[in-house]
Design a protein around this ligand. Sequence first.
Ligand SMILES: [Cu+2]
Length: 255
Amino acid sequence: MSLDTEKTPQWWKKKDVKQTFVIWVILTPIIGYVGSTVQIRSMGAPASETMASVINLMGLFTWVAAPVAALVGAMCLTTLLTKSHYGDNPPHEAENEIRNSPRANAIWVSISALLCLFALVVGLIVLQKDAGALTDKAAMNINVTGQQWVWNYDYENGARSSVLYLPVNKPVVFHVTSKDVKHSFWVVQMGIKIDANPGYVTETAVTPNKIGVFDIRCAELCGLLHAYMQNKVHVVSQADYDAWVKTNATTEAAA
Ligand SMILES: [Cu+2]
């Protein structure tokens, strides 16, 4: 940093400001990288476009938030490691606090406001896209009922099962409700999650794009066995799905 000493602002000459800056530069990529990779690994590979866009969005938000988190962390670390003051009187440097600088406050508030606006606009665009999927005419409909502590699925042909089967690459709209308390229907690798409320139907939509077996969980603390309120979704070819829904669904319900 070869700044002309005459033009260097007073605050930049302070040791603690430089320390905070160095820690901030180190912390920002660490928080961004760890934050974005850990959350992606913890949820598994995406099984729908929705999940792919959720992962991208979370990665983007994490990287946008990382410098802010790093700055707060850097200030805390600098303060904890280098500042100590005892006694009832304020330390002599208290008048240099950031809150006494109108310019620093203006910058802080402006950047925060811009970041919030960015999150709001991007979030609304993604939400809008998700809402559009609910009115897809080509979609199949499945009723999902949560109760302590199982999920049941009712298909268009009247079949019922306790393990979800879906054809690959076919849009599906879930109509979700509950028989007792509040639950939350979460298809982990497909990136959809919606509340299951008694006496009320909520809707969410997705198009699975990968054949395989994926996780369904309850994401709302709903009682003693909440942690066990989970089952699987089998995504299969259309032919396999047709064969399954004709035969297995009804027998599984009876079992
Ligand atoms: Cu539950």
